[in-house]
Design a binder for this molecule. Structure first.
Ligand SMILES: NC(=O)c1ccc[n+]([C@@H]2O[C@H](COP(=O)([O-])OP(=O)(O)OC[C@H]3O[C@@H](n4cnc5c(N)ncnc54)[C@H](OP(=O)(O)O)[C@@H]3O)[C@@H](O)[C@H]2O)c1
Length: 249
C-alpha cells in the first residue's frame, strides 16, 4: 500500500535531502540517496540516515516516490534522468528559487509559479512539499501527530492521488500537512509569502496561504535574503522565523 513501506529515491543529499532520508527511513521506508558527486562521497552520511548511497540513475529506478532536493538551477540536469520513469512514480520537489543564487529566470520573474516552471524543465508533474520549512525546523521541530503545537507544511500538486501520498509523507516527517491546492496556486508557499518558513500551525498556515500577495512576495524574498546575508552567522534560527513573519505579515 502507498503510504507505508514505500521505496523512495532522494536526489540531493544536502540539508533537506539528508534529513528527509533519515526521517523517512525511520518510518520504515526503503530509501536510496544520491548526489551529483557520486555515492562514495555520501556513503557514511547515507548509512547514518538508514539509507543507501547510490548513483542518480539507481536512485530513480524501481521506486514509488522520487524526491528532488537540489538547487533550483540544477533541474535541467534531471530531465534526462526522469525521462523513462513510469508515470505512476510520484515526483516531489522541495526546491525554492532565489535569483541571487539561481540567476534571473524571466518566466518566474513574470509570475510563473516556481514549481510550474520546474515541472516544465524536468518534463514531469511535480508535487511541491517541504519547500516552506527551514532545514533546522525540519530536522529538529517535528512532533507526533496530534501534538497541539505541531508546525504545518503546505503541499501543492495537481494529481490528487500523488498529493495524498505527499501529504502522508510530510506528516510522517513530524509536521501537519496542509493541502495548498494545485501547482498553479503554489506561488502562495514560495519565498516571501506568509506561509514560507514561518513555523505556523495548520489553521494559521491555511490563513497565511489565503493572505499571500503575489506582487509583494518576490520583494519580501529579496529584502529578507539581503538582510539575512548581511547579518551572517549572528542571526539565530528564531530571529529568522521572526523576521519572516514580520516582513510577510
Ligand atoms: N536549506 C533550507 O533551509 C531549505 C529549506 C526548504 C527548501 N530548500 C530547497 O531545497 C533544495 C535543497 O536545499 P538544501 O539546503 O538541501 O541544498 P544543499 O544543502 O546545497 O544540497 C544540495 C544537494 O543537491 C545535490 N545536487 C546538486 N546538483 C545535483 C544534480 N545535478 N544531481 C544530483 N544531485 C545534485 C548536491 O550534491 P553535490 O554536493 O554532490 O553537488 C547536494 O547534495 C533547494 O532547492 C533549496 O532551495 C532548502
Amino acid at each position: 500500500m502507498k503510504g507505508t513501506g514505500m521505496k523512495i529515491g532522494i536526489i540531493g543529499a544536502g540539508n533537506i535531502g539528508a534529513t528527509l532520508a533519515h526521517k523517512l527511513s525511520e518510518q520504515g521506508h526503503t530509501v536510496k540517496l544520491a548526489n551529483s558527486r557520486g555515492p562514495e562521497t555520501i556513503s557514511e552520511l547515507a548509512r547514518k540516515a538508514g539509507a543507501v548511497a547510490v548513483e542518480r540513475q539507481e536512485a530513480v529506478r524501481d521506486v514509488d516516490v522520487i524526491i528532488l532536493s537540489i538547487p533550483f538551477d540544477k533541474h535541467a540536469e534531471l530531465a534526462e534522468l526522469l525521462h523513462n520513469i513510469p508515470e505512476s512514480v510520484i515526483v516531489i520537489d522541495t526546491s525554492n528559487y532565489y535569483p541571487f543564487r539561481d540567476g534571473d529566470i524571466e518566466k518566474i520573474r513574470e509570475g510563473k509559479p516556481e514549481s510550474v516552471y520546474a515541472s516544465e524543465i524536468v518534463r514531469r508533474p511535480l508535487v511541491k512539499a517541504w519547500n516552506a520549512v527551514l532545514a533546522e525546523t525540519l530536522k529538529d521541530k517535528g512532533l507526533a501527530a496530534g501534538s497541539p503545537s505541531r508546525i504545518a507544511i503546505p503541499v501543492a500538486g495537481d494529481n490528487l492521488a500523488a498529493k495524498s501520498v505527499a501529504l502522508e509523507l510530510v506528516s510522517q516527517t513530524g509536521f501537519d500537512a496542509v493541502d495548498a491546492g494545485t501547482l498553479s496556486e503554489s506561488w502562495r508557499q514560495q519565498p516571501g509569502t506568509p506561509a514560507y518558513c514561518t513555523e505556523l500551525k495548520a489553521g494559521e498556515l491555511e490563513a497565511a496561504l489565503q493572505a499571500a500577495n503575489k506582487t509583494r512576495a518576490p520583494l519580501n524574498r529579496d529584502a529578507l535574503i539581503e538582510e539575512f546575508t548581511s547579518a551572517g552567522a549572528q542571526l539565530t534560527h528564531d530571529a529568522i522565523v521572526k523576521r519572516n513573519r514580520e516582513v510577510t505579515a
